[in-house]
Design a protein around this ligand. Structure first.
Ligand code: ATP
Length: 236
């Protein structure tokens, strides 16, 4: 289980995380839902030590998350974290190696992932030659290449066309079915509802709801949370 406990982080006067606490159960797919600026990226970066919280802690299996634990995690950032000029296969192998794989294993896993995502023929092309959707897939593969115990994805659906969304959904479903622990952030309720076992709703740096998708839906209906035709939600 991953536990975020009482995370606080401010930037000047802006409170990005205001005592955020939630848990992600192993082998389940958790949707981290909230409007722009709610603190999703800051929370995810905290898991990876990319943001130093002012207070609070992040635990994996009841132990603090340090660099050696993080090597067993995979992170897909919202902003591109790829090297545009590097060939896809070399790039994935590189990510495998920085997560502790030896060269041969990383090369093999890189090719397997590219095949798996339908990009086998693009293995030697530089990332910048690929479409946005395909770059997003390579970014996903970079987070998965070392077979992480926990996969954290920041807005993996952003900017994808309907085919790209369907393909991303399929990979996440497959990975969840294989028992991987997955957290992904989104501000799209419909995607979270379609995919997730559990949901955490974050608003102004705090978890305002958390639970199974069924429990959240029932509570939302009771409280008459309005979902408009645009998918906008009353987050409070
Ligand atoms: P989005 O969906 O827009 O990415 P988010 O839920 O991921 O939003 P964060 O990016 O975590 O939210 O931002 C939370 C708050 O902290 C916002 O008000 C944001 O402007 C602020 N913030 C985040 N990073 C920084 C930073 N490096 N410097 C200053 N303010 C920041």
């Amino acid at each position: 289980m991953l536990s975020l406990r009482g995370l606080r982080r401010h930037y000047g006067d802006v409170v990005a995380l205001d005592g955020l606490s939630f848990e992600a159960q192993e082998g389940r797919l958790l949707g981290f839902l909230g409007p722009n600026g709610a603190g999703k990226t800051t929370a995810m970066r905290s898991i990876f030590g990319l943001v130093e919280p002012d207070a609070g802690e992040v635990l994996w299996r009841d132990a603090p998350v340090d660099a050696s634990v993080r090597r067993r995690f995979g992170y897909m950032p919202e902003q591109r974290g790829l090297y545009p000029k590097m060939p896809c296969a070399a790039q994935l192998s590189y990510f495998g190696q920085i997560h502790g794989m030896d060269r041969a294993d990383a090369d093999g896993a890189a090719r397997r992932w590219l095949d798996e995502l339908g990009l086998g023929e693009r293995a030697d092309d530089p990332v910048e030659a690929l479409s946005h959707g395909n770059q997003q897939r390579v970014q996903l593969a970079a987070a998965l290449v070392h077979d992480p115990e926990l996969l954290v994805l920041d807005e993996p659906f952003s900017g994808l066309d309907p085919l790209g969304v369907a393909s991303m959904e399929e990979v996440l479903r497959e990975q969840a079915a294989e028992g991987r622990t997955i957290i992904f952030s989104s501000h799209q309720l419909d995607l979270v509802e379609a995919l997730c076992d559990d949901v955490v709703i974050i608003h102004r740096g705090r978890a305002v709801r958390s639970g199974t998708i069924e429990a959240i839906r029932a509570a939302s209906e009771q409280r008459r949370v309005e979902v408009t035709f645009e998918g906008a939600v009353d987050w409070t």
